[in-house]
Write a protein that binds this ligand. Structure first.
Ligand SMILES: Nc1ccc(Br)nc1
Length: 455
């Protein structure tokens, strides 16, 4: 499947199902609108990608967790006009509960952290890969589900946490063959907007909703943004101040705007210097137009983009120190990111970096006489206990099919259980790569396989 198919972004024909068209009685075989199947080829690619997510998370000493895809709706009800909460995949269950398919993982993480109570050792460095949902009404046929990799650090107030998270992302990109030539990480802080709003007497509570509006600046006309900012209660001066503050792309300019002792400046300056230590500074670009569309960020925000600027955000994240307290729990400093499974595949496709992954077993076992099936099965089990992946052919097949199957599953050996050899306690072993073959006693075959199984 192409990356678009894998990403589920290909245009899907909308119309009557095949069954209605032909009344053949065939069910609709396509998955529900906006969702994807992962047939084995696609699943291999997904497992490879998720394997890289997990490997990097473990290299950074993070622990894996999981929460249900179904959550209480209240976890995601926020009043800041975010797209993510307006497209909630929510419903009332048969018990009358208001529930939702999670649109993101962070609120569930916050809930799980609060459920740990005082038992939680801090700092907690947790990661998860989970399917997230949205109910996108538009006819654009956009996806309604994707998988997100999240890494979060709970209990560290300093930007050292964000530096670790960015370093994890940089290592992930490097492992996939990408570099700072391909990806830029735009970095800013909600404290920039907070400082500007303060100048115009706008209360801190407005930072979230104003950020949600400003985040749309790249996607909707400036007039519309100004209209929404006016509706949010901003004066013309405040609006001009905000829009002007989104045009900063260097630390000196930020210092000029906010002063050397502003929290936003000090934190970002520290983050950039920590990044030097990791050798990832070449990924980072200060850009105050990067505000991210989630209302709960309170400090650093960042997002990954392809340098060619052709794709949507690859990942996004930031600091959210107030989320736990908005859930009525004890406040904890938190920072994290979400990394989707779709845009990254489009970027890898563009760069020719999608790996070739195929089905693989070591041994293909066939039996030439059904009376020997039990013997062949016993050999198959012994080979599997030795760590060999075995495809046991389950019915009589012509040798032409068998060799085709061996090629399809990348088998190294073809093991033939046949009457003549079996009478002598032997099986025929074809070494498919070396093109040699010989009769072998079962014990010899297993001894050979044990050694191979340890390789
Ligand atoms: N939040 C969210 C969920 C699902 C998809 Br597809 N995109 C964004």
């Amino acid at each position: 499947a192409t990356a678009e198919q894998q990403a589920g972004t290909e245009d899907r024909k909308v119309g009557v199902s095949k069954a209605q068209e032909s009344n053949r009685g065939l069910i609709e075989t396509q998955p529900v609108r906006g969702t994807r199947d992962f047939a084995p080829d696609d699943y291999r690619l997904r497992q490879w990608l998720f394997g890289e997510f997990e490997a990097v998370s473990r290299l950074f000493g993070f622990e894996q967790f999981e929460t249900p895809v179904l959550e209480s709706e209240e976890l995601f009800v926020r009043k800041a006009g975010e797209e993510i909460t307006q497209q909630l995949y929510n419903f009332e269950d048969k018990g009358g509960r208001r529930v939702a398919l999670r649109p993101e993982l962070t609120p569930s993480l916050a809930r799980l952290i609060l459920a740990q109570g005082g038992r939680l050792g801090l700092p907690a460095k947790w990661f998860s890969i989970g399917q997230c949902w949205r109910y996108e009404r538009t006819t654009r046929g956009r996806r309604r589900e994707h998988f997100q990799w999240n890494m979060d650090v709970i209990g560290v107030p300093g930007v050292a946490a964000e530096a670790e998270l960015l370093a994890a992302i940089a290592l992930f990109l490097e492992r996939l063959g990408l570099s700072a030539q391909d990806v830029v990480i735009k970095v800013s802080s909600r404290k920039v907007l907070q400082a500007i709003l303060e100048r115009y007497g706008v209360p801190d509570e407005a930072v979230g909703p104003v950020s949600v509006i400003v985040d749309k600046m790249e996607k909707i006309p400036l007039e519309k943004v100004e209209e929404e900012l006016t509706q949010a209660g901003l004066s013309r001066e405040a609006m001009d101040g905000i829009i002007g503050a989104t045009r900063i792309d260097s630390l000196p300019d930020l210092q000029q705007l906010l002063g050397a002792d502003s929290e936003a400046f000090v934190e970002l300056q520290t983050l950039f210097s920590l990044a030097e230590g990791y050798g990832i500074a070449q990924y980072l670009q200060l850009d105050t137009s990067c505000v991210r569309g989630l209302a709960y960020y309170t400090g650093t925000v960042f997002e990954g983009r392809d340098r060619a600027g052709q794709l949507r955000a690859i990942f996004g994240g930031g600091r959210y120190d107030q989320l736990l307290s908005t859930f009525g729990g004890q406040a904890q400093p938190c920072a994290g990111f979400g990394f989707g499974d779709c845009v990254i595949l489009e970027l890898l496709q563009d760069k020719g970096l999608i790996p070739k992954l195929s089905h693989k077993v070591e041994d293909l076992v066939i039996v030439l006489d059904e009376s020997l099936r039990a013997s062949a099965s016993s050999i198959g089990q012994k080979l599997r206990r030795a760590g060999r992946r075995v495809d046991l052919v389950l019915e009589a097949k012509k040798m032409k099919w068998v060799f085709k199957q061996a090629e399809r599953c990348g088998a190294e050996r073809l093991i033939i259980v046949a009457p003549d050899e079996w009478e002598r306690g032997m099986v025929r072993v074809k070494n498919l790569s070396a093109r040699d073959e010989k009769d072998m006693a079962v014990d010899e075959l297993l001894a050979l396989s044990h050694r191979a199984g340890q390789d």
